[in-house]
Design a binder for this molecule. Structure first.
Ligand SMILES: Nc1ccn([C@H]2C[C@H](O)[C@@H](COP(=O)(O)O)O2)c(=O)n1
Length: 183
């Protein structure tokens, strides 16, 4: 039987395909989602975790800076996507070159959620990257309880790990986005 990861891989390849189609000629997104395995039933091998990480991967495709990262914030119950964000320059500085003017995907997702007055208590943050220490402080202070990140656990930034350990209330998990989408 296929694992959730196999389905996730297929899903992200489809997303890549979709972004290529959009980038070339068609202005209308192609509906290339496979039919439900049984009418009215969801594919049980495509877990919600993969769905939310796929939204983060899709957001990442919008990033124009060298360190491309996407993030997606999800309510605890019911599990619904609240906001997405991607790494980029501050608004209005699309041709900026100074790294101090870069906003992380995680930060952008948090700011976007607050713009719409979302309560992030116990929310989950999916990120295709690894949170930096500055974002780790914001993650703790906003009440986010879980971070699912796409980097290797061992490569998680030391300072970010320390912030999470200090905050204690937030735990982290690794879930790798498909490498095919790292374009
Ligand atoms: N849906 C969006 C729109 C924008 N952002 C962030 C990413 C950049 O830091 C900044 C400007 O982006 P641009 O309009 O130049 O692509 O806003 C985001 O995170 N999510």
């Amino acid at each position: 039987m296929e694992s959730g990861y196999d389905n996730f891989a297929k899903m992200t390849i489809n997303l890549k395909d979709l972004s290529i189609k959009l980038g070339k000629s068609s202005k209308t997104p192609r509906n290339d989602c496979a039919p439900a395995p049984e009418k009215g039933r969801r594919d049980v091998d495509f877990p919600l975790d993969d769905y939310f990480m796929s939204l983060a991967v899709l957001a990442k495709c919008r990033s124009v800076i060298s360190e491309r990262v996407g993030a997606c914030l999800v309510y605890q119950e019911p599990r619904r996507a609240i906001s997405v964000g991607y790494s980029g320059y501050i608004d209005g500085l699309s041709d900026g070159k100074k790294t101090e003017y870069v906003c992380c995907a995680e930060f952008n997702a948090i700011v976007s959620a607050y713009r719409y007055h979302a309560d992030l208590t116990s929310a989950t943050l999916y990120t295709t990257g690894v949170p930096c220490s500055r974002c780790a402080t914001k993650i703790i202070q906003s009440g986010i309880k879980t971070v699912v990140h796409g980097g290797e656990e061992k490569s998680m930034e030391q300072e970010a790990r320390e912030v999470f350990l200090l905050g204690k209330g937030c735990h982290t998990q690794v879930r790798m986005p498909n490498q095919e989408t790292n374009h």
